[in-house]
Design a binder for this molecule. Structure first.
Ligand SMILES: Cc1cc2nc3c(=O)[nH]c(=O)nc-3n(C[C@H](O)[C@H](O)[C@H](O)COP(=O)(O)OP(=O)(O)OC[C@H]3O[C@@H](n4cnc5c(N)ncnc54)[C@H](O)[C@@H]3O)c2cc1C
Length: 191
């Protein structure tokens, strides 16, 4: 069984998947590739001088895939929860996991059908992006009143993932790497 199901493969969903898969939780991402980032040119993503949104997305996808995330090009038509297990349904498959991260941009339909609380038109989340449904998270454009920036979505995804990792660990989880970690993977020249 997968540990984490992520619906949406924009900056929020891929950021969440990066953190969970990198740190040992089997993660699947479902995406229909309608992310707004395809329309953007990024001048305001820290660390990126100037980059076409689609090129940014390709780098992010490669980064996520390199850690072994299970990526599905598929629309999720339903999400349900029963006895602490989430089930995600697509046209031709069902997938179960202990944690669910919704990252469907401004589309809030799945959060509504899952029974998440809303505040006005927004999905109600805490600072870790957890919804009123335990172990279900909502991230990115769906939780914000038009404060729509890629770096905020990516931060939301990371916050959700770290909260899940902390729950699994039983204490605050820190995803810290140091130069020696890069050297171990790529060799000393990459330190
Ligand atoms: C014209 C334009 C220019 C922009 N310029 C900038 C900019 O310069 N800088 C900046 O920071 N931001 C910019 N943005 C905003 C930025 O693109 C968004 O803030 C960001 O993409 C939101 O990320 P997200 O992951 O929350 O949602 P999205 O990027 O919208 O990703 C959501 C993903 O979920 C998928 N999805 C939705 N429903 C389902 C489902 N049921 N099943 C499976 N997949 C599903 C979608 O296909 C999509 O790929 C711009 C946006 C636009 C429209």
């Amino acid at each position: 069984m997968t540990d984490v199901l992520v619906v949406g493969g924009g900056p929020a969903g891929l950021s969440a998947a990066l953190f969970t898969q990198k740190n040992g939780l089997d993660t699947a991402v479902f995406d229909t590739d309608e992310t707004w980032i395809h329309k953007a040119h990024l001048f305001n993503y820290p660390g990126i001088g100037s980059q076409d949104g689609t090129a940014f997305l390709e780098t992010l996808r490669t980064q996520v895939d390199s850690f072994g995330v299970d990526s599905h090009e598929a629309e999720v038509t339903d999400v349900t929860e029963s006895d602490g297990t989430f089930t995600v349904t697509t046209d031709d498959s069902e997938h179960e996991a202990d944690y669910l991260i919704l990252a469907t941009g401004a589309n809030r339909d799945l959060a509504e059908s899952l029974g998440c609380d809303f505040e006005d038109d927004l999905v109600d989340v805490d600072l870790s992006m957890e919804t009123s449904v335990a172990d279900a998270y909502a991230t990115g454009a769906m939780v914000r009143a038009e404060e729509w920036q890629a770096v905020i979505s990516a931060g939301d995804g990371a916050a959700a993932a770290l909260n899940i990792l902390s729950k699994e660990e039983g204490e605050h989880f820190h995803d810290f790497d140091v130069p020696a970690d890069a050297a171990a993977v790529f060799g000393p020249d990459e330190e």
